[in-house]
Design a protein around this ligand. Structure first.
Ligand SMILES: NC(=O)c1ccc[n+]([C@@H]2O[C@H](COP(=O)([O-])OP(=O)(O)OC[C@H]3O[C@@H](n4cnc5c(N)ncnc54)[C@H](OP(=O)(O)O)[C@@H]3O)[C@@H](O)[C@H]2O)c1
Length: 214
C-alpha cells in the first residue's frame, strides 16, 4: 500500500521505517520539498521510501499519517488541503505546549481536541486518532513492553476507517486495539498525555503503556 507520512521527526521516521519494513511504499512530507531529515531517511530506505512536501506526501498516500508537531498540525495539514479528501488520516499528534517548560500543557483541551479540529477542518478526510498515547518505539513494536499485553486506542467517526486502521495496527504487532468511540474521544486520548509525561518521569522510561481490564 502507499502511505504519506507527514512529519520528519522521530515519530514520522519511526513509523515510516516500520511501514517500509512491512513492504509498503512511503513518501515522507515536510514544510519544504528539500528537507534534509526526510531526504536522508528516504535515501536510507530507498527504493520504497521517497520524500517531498506535505502536499506531495498527502497526494502520494492512499492513507496518511499525521506525525507533525501537534501545536502546528492544522497549519501543516492545510498545505496538503484537498489531497486528504476521502483518505484515512491517522492522527498520531498531541497538541503539547512546551513554551512554559516541563511538564507541557495542552494547546487544545477539555471541550475540544486536535483530532476533532482536524476532522472539522478537513470534513472529507476520515480522521482516526491512534497511537498518540505511546512512545514511538513502542508504537511500532508493542512486544517491547510486557510481551505486547497492553492496549492501543482508535477513535473516529468512520467505522470502516477504524477497522482498516485496526488491521494495520495488527501488522505492527498490536494484539489489543480498543475502539474508544467517535473522534470526540480524542479529548481523553490527548489529555492522557498529562498523565503520560508524569509516569515517564516517575518510571524513568518511555517504554510503558496501559491495559484496560473489564
Ligand atoms: N515522540 C513520541 O514518541 C510521540 C509519541 C506520541 C505522539 N507524539 C506526537 O507525534 C508528533 C510528532 O512528534 P515528533 O517528536 O516526531 O516531531 P515534532 O518535532 O513534534 O514535529 C516535527 C514535524 O512538525 C512539523 N512542524 C513543526 N512546526 C511546524 C509549523 N509551524 N508548521 C508546519 N509544520 C510544522 C515539522 O516540519 P518540518 O519537517 O518542515 O521541519 C516536522 O515535520 C507530535 O505531535 C507528538 O506530540 C510523539
Amino acid at each position: 500500500m502507499k502511505f504519506g507520512v507527514l512529519g520528519t521527526g522521530m515519530v514520522g521516521r519511526t513509523i515510516g521505517t516500520k511501514l517500509v519494513s512491512l513492504g509498503h511504499e512511503v513518501r515522507m512530507g515536510a514544510r519544504t520539498a528539500t528537507n534534509e531529515k526526510a531526504r536522508d531517511w528516504a535515501r536510507e530506505h530507498a527504493p520504497k521510501a521517497t520524500f517531498g512536501s506535505f502536499g506531495d506526501a498527502a497526494a502520494f498516500g492512499e492513507t496518511i499519517f499525521n506525525c507533525t508537531n501537534g501545536a502546528n498540525s492544522i497549519e501543516a495539514l492545510r498545505s496538503a488541503g484537498d489531497r486528504l479528501a476521502n483518505k484515512i488520516v491517522i492522527d498520531v499528534a498531541n497538541p503539547l505546549d512546551f513554551s512554559k517548560g516541563m511538564p507541557p500543557t495542552l494547546t487544545i483541551v477539555n471541550d475540544d481536541s486536535l483530532g476533532e479540529r482536524i476532522q472539522k477542518t478537513f470534513p472529507r478526510a476520515k480522521v482516526v486518532k491512534a497511537l498518540n498515547t505511546i512512545n514511538c518505539a513502542v508504537m511500532v513494536d508493542p512486544q517491547k513492553v510486557a510481551g505486547g499485553e497492553h492496549d492501543v486506542f482508535v477513535a473516529g467517526n468512520d467505522g470502516a476507517a477504524k477497522e482498516q486502521v485496526t488491521e494495520l495496527l495488527r501488522t505492527f504487532g498490536w494484539k489489543n486495539v480498543v475502539d474508544a468511540g467517535d473522534i470526540g474521544a480524542s479529548r481523553g486520548l490527548e489529555a492522557y498525555l498529562l498523565l503520560w509525561v508524569r509516569l515517564m518521569g516517575a518510571l524513568k522510561t518511555p517504554s510503558f503503556n496501559v491495559h484496560v481490564v473489564r
